[in-house]
Design a protein around this ligand. Structure first.
Ligand code: FES
Ligand code: FES
Length: 157
């Protein structure tokens, strides 16, 4: 076990972890952040997507070692049930979630896109989101939700 400090959603957390522990396990089992989901564990579904230094990563494949000093963000940083952020609001309005299992990962990958490219066209959204899968098949609504936010006149997402 190794003592390390992970910066998650703007707060430092001192944790004793096996260095090769995937970030997903640290988030869910040690920090109680259950938004990111375990889907395939193989980097093939995107359910576990979080941001590390503003880049989407598969947290099921990202070992905790090497993450000290980096800014980790999870879906919990985007808003709350009472005060959803713009993307969360758009996902609710378009009813983009069915079972919801993929949605936290979808939101974080979309968040990364909108921070980098605030007004992407639909092709760009589709290409960017291609690595995140939805078994319920709500991709059309997910793209519509992201497009809604992309069309908004806003200074920050
Ligand atoms: S659980 Fe990480 S990509 Fe599927
Ligand atoms: S809403 Fe069920 S997997 Fe996407």
């Amino acid at each position: 076990m190794t003592q390390m400090t992970l910066n998650v959603n703007g707060s430092p957390h001192s944790l004793e972890l096996a260095p090769d522990m995937p970030l997903l396990y640290a988030l869910r089992n040690h920090l109680g952040l259950n938004g990111a989901k375990y889907g395939c564990g193989l980097g093939q579904c995107g359910a576990c997507t979080v941001l590390v230094d503003d880049q989407p990563v598969f947290s099921c494949l990202t070992p905790c070692t090497g993450l000290e000093g980096k800014a980790i963000r999870t879906v919990e940083s985007l808003g709350t049930a009472e005060r959803p952020g713009p993307l969360q609001k758009a996902f609710i309005e378009t009813q983009a979630a069915q079972c919801g299992y993929c949605i936290a990962g979808m939101l974080m990958r979309a968040q990364a896109l909108l921070e980098h490219t605030p007004h992407p066209d639909e092709d760009t959204i589709r290409e960017h989101m291609a690595s995140n899968l939805c078994r319920c098949g709500t991709h059309l609504r997910i793209v519509e939700a992201i497009s809604r936010v992309a069309r908004q006149d806003r200074s920050a997402v």
